[in-house]
Design a protein around this ligand. Structure first.
Ligand code: 5AD
Ligand code: SF4
Length: 470
């Protein structure tokens, strides 16, 4: 497939060079380095996109600051639920107050929310102090867009409806030295009826396996031990490529990369999770002992209305097949409460699946109506008080079960990737088991990035307290 665009990569590097000169000139006139701040809303895809944006900012001479009152301030937005949008509008007001004091400040917005026409119209009308707006499909053009913003006045808006382009080999700046996300595919073709993602992230397209392997190989050479393969639906990886490849085969190839210690991936759609993938997970020594498998609802009727293409029984049977081959795997999920037409019986079906599966943890969401999705036009929207009551009941059960799952491991010893100094107690280090649970244990920061054995002494709900085994 010819969706890799080397010319575009070269073009963007030309803009990176021009930006370097421009940023140097601006720094000189200010007598200090220019600062940047990037805030990421939403999912791991956005987090990875932000690393790419930071990579360019750092390469052209901006320095990172925690303070949003910076020379360049960017919000990488999410729109999966309505409250994500409201947060952005609220915070833009604060940015405006900074810009009034520093008129050279550049305020930029990108990400999923910008792919919505209503949002763009609102920003044009009420937030004309925003300098640069771009979307999810042309993020690779950031160097060019930033350059144009620096040499011009007025708002620049560049939003594409979709793209089949994948632009490789642009700079990135990783948040962690020892772990990294890797996009393996972009977009989504599933059109779950509540979800806005297919409208804002466009059609599904997979990266070439060789590009993925090359990227991981160079990350490993740079000290990365754990990778997270990212896609809205990783189980459909490879469709549309001219190669005999699917997600299970890609994982087999990645397993062979020397020096790589841990492989994670998300998100898996239950309808596409193959037995071949279960076999790869069972036989792998690097794939982590964790699977995030969004349920959304336990009611077959609601699942049909959600356009999920599986039934309650299909989901339970899939979990059985996974547990038969990977018995101690940690399962986590996403659940939406209050989808239009959800009755008490439907909700009890969800509760039933939660109890039968015993998830280690679950992200529970209140259904949010997203304009333009089929569900937004459905009758029988569930009243708020009913949703709130169900949400609270679900959360109690999810937490009770999660606690019991976590308790099971107390007393055992596990390999842990040390991630950071504990935020509340600097004598403790925090790390992750392969099942994604967090453990805090006495240690010092020289351990960051190491994989060590830790005994779990105590379970504190959704984390452990442990001791390192020398
Ligand atoms: N309302 C509530 N939750 C949603 N999600 C996606 N769209 C919506 C919506 N409209 C949840 C799903 C998905 C997760 C990333 O966000 O559970 O798996
Ligand atoms: Fe949204 Fe469904 Fe695609 Fe996930 S699979 S991004 S929930 S449409």
């Amino acid at each position: 497939m010819d969706n890799i665009n080397n010319n575009e990569t070269n073009r963007q590097y030309e803009y990176i060079d021009k930006l370097k000169e421009k940023v140097a000139e601006l720094s000189e006139s200010k007598g200090r380095q220019l600062t940047y701040n990037v805030t990421t809303f939403g999912c791991q895809m956005n987090a990875r996109d932000s690393e790419k944006l930071r990579g360019i900012l750092e390469q052209v001479g901006y320095v990172s600051t925690e303070d949003e009152n910076a020379d360049f301030c960017l919000y990488n937005t999410c729109t999966v639920r309505e409250n994500a949008n409201n947060k952005v509008y609220g915070r833009l007001g604060v940015l405006y107050s900074y810009k009034k004091r520093n008129p050279d400040m550049i305020i930029a917005l990108c990400g999923c929310m910008m792919q919505e026409e209503v949002v763009i119209n609102k920003i044009k009308e009420s937030y004309n102090f925003v300098d640069l707006i771009f979307g999810t499909h042309n993020i690779f053009k950031f160097a060019e867009l930033l350059y144009n913003t620096l040499i011009s006045h007025g708002q620049i808006i560049d939003i594409w409806e979709d793209t089949d382009k994948i632009v490789e080999k642009l700079p990135t700046s990783r948040k962690y030295s020892f772990k990294s996300g890797i996009n393996i595919m972009f977009g989504c073709n599933n059109f779950c009826s509540y979800c806005i993602v297919p409208y804002v992230r466009g059609r599904e397209r997979s990266r070439q396996p060789d590009e993925i392997i090359d990227e991981i190989t160079s990350l490993v050479a740079d000290g990365v031990k754990e990778i997270m393969l990212l896609g809205q639906n990783v189980n459909s990886y490879g469709k549309g490529l001219n190669e005999d490849i699917n997600f299970a085969k890609l994982l087999r190839r990645i397993e062979g990369i020397d020096g790589l210690k841990r492989i994670r991936f998300m998100t898996s759609h239950p309808k596409d999770l193959s037995d071949e993938l279960i076999d790869v997970m069972a036989s792998s020594s690097k794939i982590c002992n964790h699977l995030h498998l969004p349920l959304q609802s336990g009611s077959t009727d609601i699942l049909a209305k959600m356009n999920r293409h599986y039934t309650k029984e299909d989901y339970l049977a899939l979990v059985d097949r996974i547990r038969a081959k990977v018995p101690d795997i940690a399962l986590t999920t996403d659940i939406i409460v209050g989808f239009p037409g959800e009755s008490e019986e439907d909700f009890l079906e969800t509760m039933d699946v939660v109890k039968k599966v015993s998830f280690d943890s679950a992200f529970t969401f209140i259904y949010s109506k997203r304009t333009g999705t089929p569900a937004a036009a459905m009758d029988n929207q569930v009243p708020e008080d009913v949703i709130k009551d169900r949400f609270d009941r679900l959360l109690t059960v999810v937490q009770d079960i999660g606690r019991k799952q976590y308790d099971k491991l107390v007393g055992s010893t596990h390999s842990v990737l040390v991630e950071n100094v504990n935020e509340k107690d600097s004598t403790l280090m925090s790390g992750r088991l392969t099942n994604n649970a967090i453990v805090h244990f006495p240690g010092d920061k020289s351990l960051i990035g190491d994989i060590v054995n830790v005994t779990l002494n105590e379970c504190k709900g959704f984390y452990y307290i442990g001791t390192i085994n020398e």
